[in-house]
Write a protein that binds this ligand. Structure first.
Ligand SMILES: CC(C)(COP(=O)(O)OP(=O)(O)OC[C@H]1O[C@@H](n2cnc3c(N)ncnc32)[C@H](O)[C@@H]1OP(=O)(O)O)[C@@H](O)C(=O)NCCC(=O)NCCS
Length: 162
């Protein structure tokens, strides 16, 4: 994969965001619901763009939120063909930077315990498990899966904020 850039979502990107979500999670997120999520207080989304021979292409997205001094990663997705090329790491790194600059002391997220790839990504960037919601997700096959709650403590010195 060639170089890519992470940029905040604008209104014009909304259809692409809906498409990236559906291709990352294999299930849709209704456009109005997604729109109202990113319009909610403190929330924003970003898309990773790749410049290739076929032109500019969106290859992943992240949705995050800053509330009362805490950051939250609400969703992160990279469609299968673009995976394992550093897109997820770049999106998350960018979101952590933005949240740190907004004054977050900690950033939290929830991830299914049946998702070791995502857990490895989060651990690699410094998130650690701080809790577990038992049977939190209901999978398509009817199986209940627990959510791991993970926390990233923002070190102000990492972001030149001290
Ligand atoms: C999780 C997800 C966002 C990762 O995106 P990605 O662009 O493939 O991740 P990266 O290439 O940046 O991976 C960075 C590191 O994370 C870890 N990692 C990512 N995916 C992994 C996998 N499937 N298995 C093991 N480790 C994995 C690795 O340490 C990887 O580094 P490496 O490739 O040098 O070994 C992507 O797999 C995805 O969209 N999955 C479906 C949706 C989802 O589960 N989202 C998260 C919900 S909480």
């Amino acid at each position: 994969m060639t170089a890519f850039a992470v940029q905040p979502v604008t209104g014009a990107d909304l259809d692409l965001l809906v498409d990236l979500y559906a291709r990352s999670f294999d299930e849709p997120y209704a456009r109005p619901a997604l729109e109202s999520l990113i319009d909610s207080p403190g929330a924003w989304a970003a898309i990773a763009w790749r410049d290739g021979p076929a032109g500019r292409q969106g290859v992943g997205f992240i949705i995050a939120r800053m509330v009362a001094g805490e950051g939250e990663i609400l969703s992160l997705g990279v469609p299968v063909p673009a995976r394992r090329r550093g897109v997820g790491r770049a999106l998350l790194t960018d979101a952590l930077y933005r949240l740190a600059l907004s004054g977050a002391d900690d950033v939290f997220l929830e991830v299914g315990e049946d998702n070791p790839g995502a857990v490895a990504l989060y651990r690699g960037l410094g998130f650690r498990q701080v809790g577990r919601r038992r049977g939190y997700y209901l999978r398509k096959n009817g199986r209940r899966v627990s959510a791991l709650i993970m926390r990233y403590p923002v070190k102000k010195s990492d972001y030149s904020l001290e």
